[in-house]
Design a protein around this ligand. Structure first.
Ligand SMILES: Nc1nc2c(c(=O)[nH]1)N[C@H]1C(S)=C(S)[C@@H](COP(=O)(O)OP(=O)(O)OC[C@H]3O[C@@H](n4cnc5c(=O)[nH]c(N)nc54)[C@H](O)[C@@H]3O)O[C@H]1N2
Ligand SMILES: Nc1nc2c(c(=O)[nH]1)N[C@H]1C(S)=C(S)[C@@H](COP(=O)(O)OP(=O)(O)OC[C@H]3O[C@@H](n4cnc5c(=O)[nH]c(N)nc54)[C@H](O)[C@@H]3O)O[C@H]1N2
Ligand code: SF4
Ligand SMILES: [Mo]
Length: 746
């Protein structure tokens, strides 16, 4: 971080602090803040309080430096296995969220029509009474299942509990059906377990890392980026398959600029080479896998020559990279990616990634996929939920998307609009999820919302979704609250604490308090028997036999390390129907799907249009940080990447050829237009697609900084292809053309 941005960052901090709410006394009651703070020798006695980050969902351990009730900087907690003393730029920029002048400061009640963003400020009592009334009325009229919760982010746990106590199982987040769902199902089908988050990949010890499902380096998952850098410094090589020359491609031995949507053809051709040249781990397969002969027969004709016209990758390069990848086995990772909802055949593509991992013998091996375990932390002893919810709204008789492992956020949106579900949803609570940007086709989301009887948004910022709610409840940021403790299943078991580092600012409140207040108003007080989240979290930690004082001081406690790979003595077992790795899946076959992935080419776009691809920028998390003035000093609007050769002959730009920095409008295949967005004319992308960073082009009035900056990919996603296996929404199926801005022509 440059000195200039450091100075302005401190300035932001100082400006915001003036508005801080004066002592509510809540703070000292929680994790006993004073005892958990330690003086920092490097900052003249600032207090340093450990907690974990919420700028994305990776949950790195952070140390917040506090002076006179103000957070002055945020650094990585050296004790925490996800940060190891370092943060990604977004984590450091958490202060820009805390002191964002546009934060939600008071509860709001809608006064205009939905979406018009007209609200009046009310007291917490008035707002909570409205929510309670709405929930009681809905339950009386339609039953509790008519209420859905969309929840993304760690603080959502209090609302999930509230909804279950109320009697609804309709709880979803776009981080499944719009993100990692196909990957989870593809790996479950093959190895009997998914990857979860954080993914337990042994990138650090790998010898070959293949990125075909992601762009680490722009996707900034801190630990993985650190591990990738370490692996490279130890001589590991990268193979990058991406239509765009990504940051990682710049460090790679091989860059394969694949035609978008044809990855499955490449994966099958790699399998062909690895099998026909006997480059697989024969002993491992012999011992652990079933279906090898069927797989061998299946890929017999999937030669590199066959894949070439589909993928655009020369046959020799396909064969050479297959040999290279297999040469590093078992310490060779085909990275499964995370946002895997691309083309609608995504579970099968992820199955192919998993099958390749099996051929390389990298599952359960050092330098490959590790088998994680978590610390055993007993759940809080709640009364059991009385009401047995009917089927989940998006799963009528389990026939739709039979292998969906979680409720689909897009499925709940469908069930709100259409009549062919077991019952309609009539109310939404939306916690920490900007559904207008996250679900495909915002028009459809808005239509669903228009039909609701009741909608609540719990957020920290006045995002687009808040503009559609009847009641908006301002949550305080992660730096001002205690949430549940975090003990994920990971390659090193640990438990981490989230504790407030300053008092809540304005009239914002922590999620636990909001959920508990609602529960008390609707007769569910038995489900919230604790005084505050501190008491709750402490109970869990004590039950497990750990020291709360030590946890709050260090921010994290490590569990006992158990073997995580064969090399450490772990015996592999597989929770599949056969108890083996399933290269051929009978379960898929019985449901009418291909038991081994079968390639079919993606639909081509209209002539003259480019496939719209999107991804991440290192400085930002979706649209949730675009209003962060600190992070935006480095990246303050997205651009549309277009190939320079193609740009030279672009229709409409004859008079004034397109140059980097010119503003253009994108028009999609259905005539939907984007905001003006700057072009980046570059060799670094294929000619048949364009690329932009997701999360820009905000329209919400309250986001005074981000509003109108860059363009929204979400707006242009009017079509999507649903994965028939698990309901993921493939969104890379839209096409755009570029139009000049009239003023730039003159
Ligand atoms: N900085 C930052 N990091 C993040 C996030 C963030 O918002 N900001 N979000 C986090 C989350 S929730 C997720 S899910 C992950 C997502 O990050 P990833 O799992 O890495 O997934 P995508 O964003 O889909 O990957 C986009 C990359 O795929 C390429 N691509 C597009 N189409 C194709 C294709 O057909 N074939 C191939 N081979 N490549 C293609 C694009 O050019 C781009 O480089 O990032 C996480 N990390
Ligand atoms: N077009 C398109 N759609 C996508 C993607 C894409 O790349 N392109 N990516 C997909 C992926 S991978 C994912 S994971 C999903 C993510 O989609 P979402 O689940 O919507 O996640 P975010 O965009 O991070 O949600 C942001 C909202 O959370 C609020 N928020 C931030 N911190 C807090 C907090 O502490 N408390 C509360 N209550 N609110 C908070 C923000 O102000 C904002 O309104 O989107 C998916 N949808
Ligand atoms: S990866 Fe970055 S933004 Fe995400 S939790 Fe870690 S530090 Fe925070
Ligand atoms: Mo995601």
């Amino acid at each position: 971080m440059s000195d200039i941005s450091r100075r302005s960052f401190i300035k932001i901090g100082t400006a915001g602090a003036g508005a801080a709410a004066v002592g509510s006394g809540l703070l000292s009651q929680w994790w006993g803040l004073d005892s958990s703070a330690m003086p920092d020798p490097q900052t003249d006695g600032d207090q340093v309080i450990p907690t974990f980050c919420e700028l994305c969902f990776w949950k790195c351990g952070v140390l917040a430096h506090v002076r006179d009730g103000r957070v002055t900087k945020i650094t990585g907690n050296p004790e925490h296995p996800l940060s190891r003393g370092r943060l990604c730029p977004r984590g450091t920029g958490g202060i820009g969220l805390l002191y964002d002048p546009d934060r939600l400061k008071k509860p709001l009640v809608r006064t205009g029509k939905r979406g018009a963003e007209q609200f009046t400020e009310v007291s917490w009592d008035a707002a909570l009474d409205r929510v309670a009334e709405g929930m009681l009325r809905l339950r009386e009229r339609h039953g509790p299942e008519a209420l859905a919760l969309f929840s993304h982010g760690y603080g959502g746990s209090w609302f999930k509990h509230l909804l279950k106590a109320y009697g609804s199982a309709n709880i979803a987040a776009p981080s499944y059906a719009q993100c990692r769902g196909p990957r989870e199902v593809g790996f479950e089908l093959t190895f009997g377990q998914g990857l979860g988050s954080p993914e337990p990949l042994d990138i650090e010890n790998t010898r070959c890392l293949t990125l075909i499902g992601g762009h680490l380096g722009e996707n900034m998952h801190n630990t993985q980026v650190q591990d990738m850098a370490r692996a490279i410094s130890r001589g590991a090589q990268l193979v990058v398959v991406d239509p765009r020359f990504s940051t990682a491609a710049g460090k790679a031995k091989y860059w394969l600029p694949i035609k978008p949507g044809t990855d499955l053809a490449l994966l099958l051709a790699w399998m062909h080479v690895i099998i026909s040249e006997k480059l697989y781990d024969a002993d491992y397969l012999q011992q652990h896998a079933i279906g090898f002969d069927q797989l061998k027969a299946h890929v017999a004709d999937k030669t590199p020559d066959w894949a070439y016209p589909h993928t655009g990758i020369r046959p020799e390069l396909i064969a050479e990279t297959a040999r290279f990848i297999a040469g590093a086995k078992p310490a060779s990772i085909i990275h499964p990616g995370r946002r895997t909802t691309w083309y609608g055949d995504d579970t099968q593509r992820q199955r192919a990634v998993a099958i390749l991992a099996a051929l390389l013998g990298s599952w359960g091996r050092r330098g490959g996929f590790l088998l994680p375990s978590g610390m055993d932390l007993p759940a809080f002893p709640y009364t059991s939920y009385h009401h047995k919810p009917k089927t989940i709204a998006d799963k009528p008789k389990q026939t739709l998307y039979p292998l969906a492992g979680e409720t689909l956020a897009s499925g709940l949106c469908d069930a709100t609009m259409k009549g062919d579900f077991p019952y309609n949803l009539k109310g939404w609570i939306v916690y920490g999820s900007n559904l207008i940007q996250a679900l495909p086709d915002p028009r459809q989301t808005q239509k669903a919302i228009e039909g609701l009887e009741f909608m609540v948004a719990v957020d920290v910022l006045p995002s687009e979704i808040c503009g559609w709610a009847d009641v908006v409840l301002p949550e305080c940021t992660y730096l001002e609250r205690c949430d549940d403790v975090h003990a994920p299943s990971y390659k090193e078991p640990y438990v981490a604490v989230r504790q407030p580092v300053i008092e809540p600012m304005y009239d914002a409140k922590p999620g636990w308090w909001i959920a508990r207040e609602i529960a008390h108003r609707i007769g569910l007080e038995d489900y919230f028997p604790w005084k505050d989240s501190f008491e709750y979290a402490k109970h869990r930690v004590k039950q497990a036999g750990y020291s709360c004082a030590e946890l709050q001081k260090k921010g994290v406690l490590r569990g006992k390390q158990v073997p995580v790979c064969q090399e450490e003595g772990l015996a592999l077992s597989f929770d599949t129907p056969s108890g083996k790795i399933e290269l051929h899946s009978e379960a898929l076959k019985n449901l009418g799907f291909h038991p081994i992935p079968e390639y079919s080419p993606p639909e081509e776009g209209p002539p003259g249009m480019f496939r719209l691809l999107f991804g991440r920028a290192p400085m930002h998390t979706f649209g949730r940080t675009s209003n962060n003035r600190f992070l935006s000093q480095v990246f303050d609007e997205n651009e549309v990447w277009i190939n320079s050769r193609v740009a030279r002959g672009l229709p409409g730009f004859e008079e004034r050829p397109l140059k980097t920095g010119d503003k253009v409008v994108l028009v999609n295949q259905d005539g939907v237009k984007s905001n003006p967005v700057r072009a980046r004319v570059t060799e670094r992308i294929r000619g048949d697609c364009v690329y932009m960073v997701h999360g820009w082009g905000h329209t919400a009035k309250g986001l005074r900084y981000a509003r109108g900056r860059g363009a929204s990919d979400s707006e242009l996603i009017t079509r999507y292809k649903v994965d028939p296996i698990m309901g993921g929404t493939g969104m890379n199926v839209n096409f755009v053309r570029l139009e000049p801005l009239p003023e730039q022509l003159s």
